[in-house]
Design a protein around this ligand. Structure first.
Ligand SMILES: *Cc1c(COP(=O)(O)O)cnc(C)c1O
Length: 356
C-alpha cells in the first residue's frame, strides 16, 4: 500500500523569512511555547536562531529546559509562566516575574547568592491574568530596593485585544505601560505580540514577542496576511468507493448522497487535530480544486465527496491544510482561531521539515 501516513510539512525557511520580515522593524524574540505552536520547538527555534534570533519565550519550565538543550548556552530563554527560584538548575533560564511573590523570591535568591539573577518583570495593564497588579506596582515603585538581587532584562506587558486594532483597550494598555515604566528603574521594554506589532508606533518596544505570525497565522485579521504560509498537511486516500444515491456516510448518518457518488476515505481525524466541529464545513484540495468534506469527522478517518475528480485513486493524497485552506480558514469554519488549529495538530503525522 502506497503512502499510508499523513505528511505534515513545515517550511522552516518560511518561518525564518517571517521572523526576518518582522525583525526589520526592530529586535524580535521568537515565541516557541506549546512546542513551537505545535510545529516542533527545537527545529523551529534552531531555524530562528540561524536567522539571527537571540531571544526566545516558552510558557513552561520544562519547555525552557528542553529549549536550552536544543539551543545551547547563548540565546535568552525566558519562561512566561515563571518558575521557582533555582528550579532551572543553572540552565540559565530567565523567569518572567508575574507578581510580587515572584519578585521577592527571586530577588532573595539573588541577594543570598551574592549575584544578581536575570529576570523579566511582567506588569499587568489589562489582561488580569498574570503580571504585577496596580497595588504590587505601587509597592515596587515606592521601594525599588525590592528589586535588589535582580538583573531585570526587560519589563513586559501583554495586549488583550491586539487583533482588534480599534479596540479602546489597546491605547489604554499603551498608556498604562508607559506610566508603569516611568515609575520603575530604567530598563528595556517588551510589549507587542504578533498583532501588536501592526498597531503602530505606540506599541513598538525594545523587544517584540511574535508567535503566531511566525507560523503563518494572519496577525492582521480582516486584511491580507503579510506573512508566508508555513504548514501543509497531505493525508492519504485509503479507499475510494462508489455509493448509490440515498446512501448515508459515517457516524450519525450525517450526510446523504443525492446522486451516485464517489467517496474517498482519508487517514486523518479529530485525534489528529482535524476538529470534529469541521464536520460538513471543510474542504480538501486535490490539484488546487476543493472537494467537500462529507459526513462526520471521526477519530481516525474523514470522508470527501470526490465524484467530480474521477482520476483520484487510493494512495493519492488530499491536501487538508495548505495555501488554499490555511489554518486561519479552517479555524473560521470550526469556530476557533488558527492558534488552536496549529497547537492541536496531532502526533501521528510524518513530519517533514523543509528549508532548514
Ligand atoms: C503567546 C504570547 C505571545 C505571542 O503571541 P502571538 O499572538 O502568538 O504573537 C507573546 N507574549 C505573551 C505573554 C504570550 O503569552
Amino acid at each position: 500500500m502506497a503512502g499510508i501516513d499523513a505528511v505534515l510539512t513545515i517550511d522552516l525557511g518560511a518561518i525564518a523569512a517571517n521572523w526576518r520580515q518582522l525583525a526589520a522593524a526592530g529586535r524580535m524574540a521568537g515565541v516557541v511555547k506549546a512546542d513551537g505552536y505545535g510545529l516542533g520547538a527545537a527545529p523551529v527555534a534552531r531555524a530562528l536562531r540561524d536567522a539571527g534570533c537571540r531571544d526566545f519565550f516558552v510558557a513552561h519550565l520544562a519547555e525552557g529546559m528542553a529549549l536550552r538543550a536544543a539551543l545551547g548556552p547563548g540565546p535568552m530563554v525566558a519562561v512566561l509562566n515563571g518558575f521557582p527560584p533555582g528550579a532551572d538548575e543553572d540552565a540559565g533560564l530567565v523567569p518572567v516575574l508575574n507578581g510580587l511573590p515572584d519578585v521577592e523570591a527571586h530577588a532573595a535568591l539573588g541577594r543570598a547568592a551574592g549575584r544578581v539573577r536575570p529576570a523579566i518583570l511582567h506588569v499587568d495593564t489589562g489582561m488580569a491574568r498574570l503580571g504585577l497588579d496596580a497595588a504590587e506596582l505601587d509597592r515596587v515603585a515606592d521601594d525599588p530596593g525590592l528589586l535588589r538581587g535582580l538583573d531585570l532584562r526587560f519589563v513586559m506587558t501583554h495586549l488583550a485585544c491586539a487583533d482588534e486594532p480599534a479596540h479602546p483597550l489597546n491605547a489604554l494598555q499603551a498608556r498604562r505601560f508607559a506610566a508603569a515604566r516611568a515609575r520603575l528603574p530604567a530598563m528595556p521594554a517588551s510589549f507587542a505580540n504578533s498583532s501588536g506589532l501592526f498597531l503602530g508606533p505606540d506599541f513598538a518596544s525594545d523587544l517584540g514577542r511574535p508567535g503566531c505570525a511566525l507560523y503563518g497565522i494572519n496577525p492582521t485579521p480582516g486584511r491580507p496576511n503579510p506573512l508566508r504560509q508555513v504548514v501543509t498537511l497531505d493525508a492519504p486516500v485509503l479507499q475510494v468507493r462508489e455509493i448509490p444515491a440515498g446512501t448515508t456516510v459515517g457516524y450519525g448518518a450525517g450526510w446523504t448522497a443525492e446522486r451516485t457518488s464517489r467517496i474517498a476515505t482519508v487517514a486523518a481525524g479529530y485525534a489528529d487535530g482535524y476538529l470534529r466541529s469541521l464536520s460538513g464545513r471543510a474542504a480538501g484540495i486535490i490539484a488546487g480544486r476543493p472537494v467537500p468534506l462529507v459526513g462526520r469527522v471521526s477519530m481516525d478517518l474523514i470522508t470527501f465527496d470526490v465524484t467530480d475528480v474521477p482520476q483520484l485513486a487510493p494512495g493519492d493524497a488530499i491536501r487538508l491544510i495548505g495555501p488554499g485552506e490555511t489554518p486561519d480558514d479552517i479555524a473560521a469554519r470550526a469556530g476557533t482561531i488558527g492558534y488552536e488549529i496549529l497547537t492541536s495538530l496531532g502526533r501521528r503525522y510524518r513530519r517533514e521539515y523543509r528549508g532548514a
